[in-house]
Design a protein around this ligand. Sequence first.
Ligand SMILES: *Cc1c(COP(=O)(O)O)cnc(C)c1O
Length: 363
Amino acid sequence: MFRKLFTIGPVQMYPNTATIRAKGFPHFRTDEFSKVVLSNTEKLKSLLGCGASYSLIYLASSGTGAMEATVENCFDISSPEKALVINGGGFGKRFCELLQYHGIPFDSIDLKWNEPLSAEHLAKVSDGKYCAMLVNMHETTTGQLYPMKMLSDFCKNREMLFIVDAISSFLADPFSMEELGIDLAIISSQKGLCLSPGMAMVAMSGRMKDRVMAHGRVPSFYFDFKDYLVNIPRGQTPYTPPVCVMFELEDMLDMIEKRGGLQPRLEEVKTRCTYFREKSSALGYKTPDIPLSNMLTPLYFEDINAYDVIQTLKNDFGYYVNPCGGELATKLFRVSHIGNTTLADIDDLLAKLQICVKRARNI
Ligand SMILES: *Cc1c(COP(=O)(O)O)cnc(C)c1O
């Protein structure tokens, strides 16, 4: 059956990535494997804009596992330090829930759907004393791309740690950890890297590493970053990593390098995004009035049931896009631009979407 993913993750894979699993691979407690880990790590650090003092570790988990591990390793329940969360949707809320779950005090800047984060929001919390800010660079549930320079300056001026979930911005929107003074960034395998799900990566600045290494009792044995930081210089993880995904990563990073590196990759995603937004206007939808990531386009329909549209799109034509949760479920869906899809695929998707939308409008 024909099936193409225009989803936010897992996404349409590159054919070469999809063959890795079948080829087989060496055991992971070997020099061969360590070599691949070390090479992947250097390449990822470079794509993330990490300086020499940064470290990157691999976790066998989805992105949320890395978000939770970050909360566990960067904060200490026995310390009175408070965190600040930018909460503009489902993933911002997840940071709030994780902090709450682990008993870490925090304030949050809560944004309504369609409300852009502004300097006024920050001004309202400027009297607060915070040790760290947690933000999802791109709030994937709404499409909002946050003004990172503004957040970075806020953190620098207050000597706060800057913790960024870059899962849905990595390889879609430009950013550099060092330039923005990001102390910790989380990415994961199934988004911009177009790999199988199951592996998350956490990059840390020197000062974040020091903080993590000094942390007393992390409330998770498995996700204690200290073990990962100690093992990574020799290209190893404390426990069995998703070995296959590590080899898929090698292949993908090789492809990105062969195609000219980060800039051409970002351009490719941007081209798809721009093309989709230009060509899709005939569908008769609105986009929210916020700065958008290149990773996806949110389509808001006032007159038809958006959820029904994408069910038809999937069931009749094999195209997968993402619905929206909560109150907007029948109003909004999201089309991603990070997977292995060509402009011709986009044309085809739009033709099929047009049919589904017309049906919903009874024309
Ligand atoms: C996808 C995503 C995650 C992680 O979700 P998992 O399902 O746990 O992998 C976290 N944050 C953002 C911004 C995301 O887009």
